[in-house]
Design a binder for this molecule. Structure first.
Ligand SMILES: [Fe+2]
Length: 327
């Protein structure tokens, strides 16, 4: 199925006030997350032995549609994601959007939230264009128990960008940061909004004043236009299977990220047939791997494993798929 047959947008934004309700002992990960501000979390990583922080990026699962076929596909995706998590043992899950098909104008199942919470690993979610829908973002987020998701207020509305500062050993100065953005849901605003860009610039100024210079990663559902520049310049490695749908992106987001001097990579989703990566003007642009069978596309479902070396500040990443599948 072509992506364009997939698109139908509706929705509203509400006030999200989500607390991370991970009870002690309930979460298997070496990560503990504490919210310090509506748009800010401290993620402490304290493994038994020193090792990189292991993040699994999942994307474009498109859960929740109520047709028989979609329910079968979702069941298969749940099984494979559980296997992937068992096999790769990530410390933290980042879902880069289109988690639920919440924009079809009809009731959808939010069972996937329960499935993710039951993985026993803290997770977060950067909004995709299909996640906005008949339930507001606040209602959508309400049942999440182990997800850390934030927002900030801009004028009379919420903007769904937030950050994690990663510490190790229970405290001290952050070693790394991770920024999640909402890239919008309706044309002509299918991109990181101007208030979010201003928020990011403000965060950088505040960090500079506080002497915080952590290397950073950005998570944005819709690829910025530079993903297309990368491909056109033939600097990409990996699978290019469909046109880069940067939608309304203008280049302003990448410019802000680049000007920060701190962002090392942007991880995106949205285009299920693309999973390539490459460096553009000093920033690595990386597609995830489509993770759910209810979305279009023929690539084997999986995720992208990101290892962050908190001591050295570097990171590596690779595509991972479940080793064990049903015959
Ligand atoms: Fe999308």
């Amino acid at each position: 199925m072509d992506r364009r047959h997939f698109l139908q947008a509706a929705g509203s934004a509400g006030i999200a006030a989500v607390a991370l309700r991970a009870a002690a002992g309930e979460v298997k990960s070496a990560v503990m997350i504490r919210r310090t501000e509506p748009d800010r979390f401290v993620l402490d990583f304290s493994p038994r032995e020193p090792r990189p922080l292991r993040i699994l990026q999942l994307t474009d699962t498109h859960f929740g549609s109520q047709s028989v076929g979609a329910k079968i596909n979702d069941g298969r995706s749940f099984l494979e994601i559980r296997r992937l998590v068992e096999e790769q043992k990530p410390d933290f899950l980042v879902h880069t959007g289109d988690f639920i098909n919440n924009d079809q104008g009809e009731k959808v199942s939010f069972e996937a939230i329960e499935v993710f919470d039951e993985l026993g690993i803290p997770w977060t979610h950067a909004l995709g264009n299909h996640d906005h829908g008949h339930l507001s973002v606040a209602e959508f987020r309400k049942p999440m128990k182990h997800a850390a998701v934030g927002e900030f207020r801009s004028g009379d509305k919420n903007e769904y960008a937030f950050r994690f500062d990663i510490t190790t050993g229970g405290g001290g100065d952050p070693r790394h940061s991770l920024f999640c953005f909402d890239s919008g849901f309706e044309e002509p605003n299918r991109r990181v909004s101007q208030p979010q860009i201003e928020w990011f610039v403000g965060q950088m100024k505040r960090d500079a004043a506080e002497g915080l210079k952590t290397p950073s990663l950005a998570m944005i559902h819709i690829p910025v236009v530079e993903f297309e520049s990368l491909r056109a310049a033939n600097l990409h490695k990996g699978h290019f299977g469909e046109r880069v749908c940067f939608d309304s992106d203008t280049g302003d987001t990448f410019t802000a990220l680049k000007n920060s001097g701190r962002v090392r990579a942007v991880f995106s989703g949205h285009d299920h047939e693309n999973d390539y990566a490459g460096i553009w003007q000093g920033i690595e642009l990386v597609y995830g791997r489509v993770g759910g069978w209810s979305g279009y596309g023929d690539l084997e479902r999986g995720g992208r494993l990101i290892d962050i070396d908190l001591a050295a500040g570097g990171f590596t990443h690779k595509i991972v798929t479940p080793k064990r599948r049903d015959a």
